[in-house]
Design a protein around this ligand. Structure first.
Ligand SMILES: NC(=O)c1ccc[n+]([C@@H]2O[C@H](COP(=O)([O-])OP(=O)(O)OC[C@H]3O[C@@H](n4cnc5c(N)ncnc54)[C@H](O)[C@@H]3O)[C@@H](O)[C@H]2O)c1
Ligand SMILES: N[C@@H](CCC=O)C(=O)O
Length: 514
């Protein structure tokens, strides 16, 4: 088996690749507006009540009509998953890994279709969609290899006449709850991390992006995943969210999403339900309020480029997005002016057009929430650019820059999850790091500096799970920059990292006396 290497991103300056993406749209158009079933134990179940998934760039275009799981369906899926676990847990880890490798190959062959679907269902510009699919392929390749590496456990101390073994075994039935913003990568990564380690899964994707999740479960079946290992239960979190989390047979919950929901899940999962014989494990990857710090001795062009790309890529709808720029005062105006200049060049429009850098935000709820924060920003700071939106056809918000914020301002502390960046001035580098650390989160951050001692200070004191030097604060690559945050950014797990699969297993010691 060749060593892991991340999936290369597509070069869209190449005409052939652009044509392949356009062809991807043609393939997607063949199944737009399809009815999407639940998948429980391999059985397709179509429900009367459905979610209407629309294109956030053009809400008249329906992506699919997705069946909604009820608590009865969730219960059926739980029973199927428990039964399947009895056999799946005993399948050779190398066989489980082979399924992931085959799934990666299938996804690679279909990557333009999958990316085109993300452009439609999640409003992702081509490069962002391509990166999302590439990351999903990376998770499949990386976790497959990780499982093989862990299959024989860890050597432990031995004594004459004794054979001591330390092996990892699966946990049981996992509820995997995924977000809409990395609708392929995170949904696929969290589901296969649970499955490849021998668990069975109830997958509840975000409602906005359930069609790509369905396509993924189909793809896993094509790769040979047995029925009942991943059960697809899209639906309203109001109807089945608590039910899945509270269920006494739920052994663990792997959640990626907002702080608010993550805290709710963490609290509910802590309660031992009637008939429950374990403490549920919760793996949570939550929100962020991420900062790029710019030092006085720094490449200011790099700083400006990094802020713009990290703040406005995918309309800032990333937990890793740069929503705060903290700049040392003697270079503040220069950096702010350059960021403003670069931002004016960004194109906003339907992401099906390759030339658009930014597409829409995901839905009306997000649109209204972000514009509400714009009004807050106008009270707290100086609006330098943007602050407007257009929801006549889709949910488009222009890239927005606020300046001269107090470090304690709301738009400096609360996750907006949109194309809004707030600038604050620091009197020196030490103060900049203090401001960077003043949120409840601890996900990503970046420092743009040529001062080695300042970088080393940041390495020690800038309290985020993913810290980057002299680059932007988004775009962790699986296996190279394991991803996950501190404090209210989650349970300190690191997706795409060497210890991630262990979170889905438990260690067993067996000692034989000869
Ligand atoms: N840390 C990370 O790696 C990471 C990655 C992506 C997104 N996020 C965060 O996710 C948020 C954006 O994603 P979102 O809008 O999908 O988040 P969300 O919390 O609204 O929803 C996430 C998932 O939880 C489900 N859900 C909602 N309420 C639930 C409940 N009561 N019980 C069970 N499930 C429930 C949703 O249906 C969805 O599938 C942002 O805060 C972002 O920072 C974090
Ligand atoms: N892992 C992604 C962020 C995921 C959250 O939305 C990145 O590193 O930019």
């Amino acid at each position: 088996m060749i060593p892991y290497k991340h999936e290369p991103l597509t070069d869209f300056s190449n005409e052939e690749n652009r044509q392949a993406y356009e062809q991807g749209f043609k393939v997607v158009k063949e199944y737009l507006g399809q009815e999407i079933p639940l998948i429980i134990g391999g059985e397709r179940i179509y429900t009367e009540d459905k979610m209407e998934n629309f294109n956030p760039s053009d809400r008249e275009e329906m992506i699919g009509y997705v069946s909604k799981a009820t608590q009865e369906h969730a219960e059926k899926a739980m029973q199927v998953a428990q039964e399947t676990f009895k056999t799946w847990r005993k399948v050779n880890p190398e066989v489980r890994a082979d399924i992931l490798f085959r799934a990666a190959a299938i996804a690679r062959r279909r990557k333009f279709e999958l990316s085109a679907l993300l452009s439609k269902e999640a409003g992702k510009p081509w490069p962002e969609a391509d990166a999302d699919v590439a990351e999903g392929i990376d998770f499949l390749e990386y976790y497959g290899r990780q499982m093989i590496a862990m299959k024989d456990g860890v050597p432990i101390a031995q004594r004459p006449g004794e054979d001591n073994r330390f092996n990892y075994i699966p946990l049981g039935v996992g509820v995997v709850i995924s977000p809409w913003n990395f609708a392929f990568a995170i949904m696929a990564g969290t589901a296969v991390a649970a499955a490849v380690t021998g668990n069975t899964v109830l997958l509840k994707p975000a409602s906005n992006t359930s069609v790509i999740a369905y396509k993924f479960v189909e793809l896993m079946e094509q790769a040979g995943l047995p029925a009942g290992v991943i059960n697809f239960v899209p639906g309203s979190s109001r109807d089945i969210g608590d039910y899945l989390v509270d269920h006494p047979k739920t052994r663990f919950v792997s959640f990626t999403g907002s702080r608010e929901v993550g805290v709710r899940i963490f609290e509910r999962a802590a309660k031992v339900q009637e008939g429950q014989i374990w403490l549920k494990r919760v793996i949570a990857e939550m929100g962020g309020k991420d900062t790029i710090v710019v030092d006085s001795d720094a490449d200011l062009e790099l700083a400006a480029q990094s802020i713009v790309k990290s703040a406005f890529g995918f309309s800032g709808q990333k937990c890793s997005a740069c929503s705060r720029a903290v700049v040392v005062s003697d270079v503040y105006d220069q950096v702010l002016d350059r960021v403003t200049e670069l931002t004016k060049e960004l194109t906003v429009g339907n992401p099906e057009d390759y030339n658009n850098f930014m597409g829409p935000v995901i839905d009306k709820g997000s649109y209204d929430k972000i514009l509400n924060y714009v009004e807050v920003g106008k009270e707290e700071g100086r609006l330098v650019l943007g602050g407007t939106g257009d929801d006549s056809k889709g949910y488009f918000i222009n890239p927005t820059i606020f300046a001269d914020l107090d470090p304690e301002a709301r738009i400096m502390k609360e996750e907006i999850f949109g194309p809004v960046v707030a600038f604050a001035k620091a009197k020196d580098f030490d103060e900049a790091i203090d401001i960077a650390n003043n949120t409840d989160y601890g996900l990503t951050g970046a420092v743009i500096s040529n001062n080695r001692f300042h970088l080393e200070k940041a390495r020690e004191d800038f309290h985020v799970g993913n810290l980057y030097f002299n680059r932007g604060c988004t775009a962790a690559v699986v296996g190279y920059q394991p991803f996950g945050g501190f404090n209210m950014s989650g349970t300190d797990s690191k997706a795409g990292g060497p210890d991630y699969l262990a979170l889905h297993m438990q260690a067993k010691t067996v000692s034989e006396m000869h």
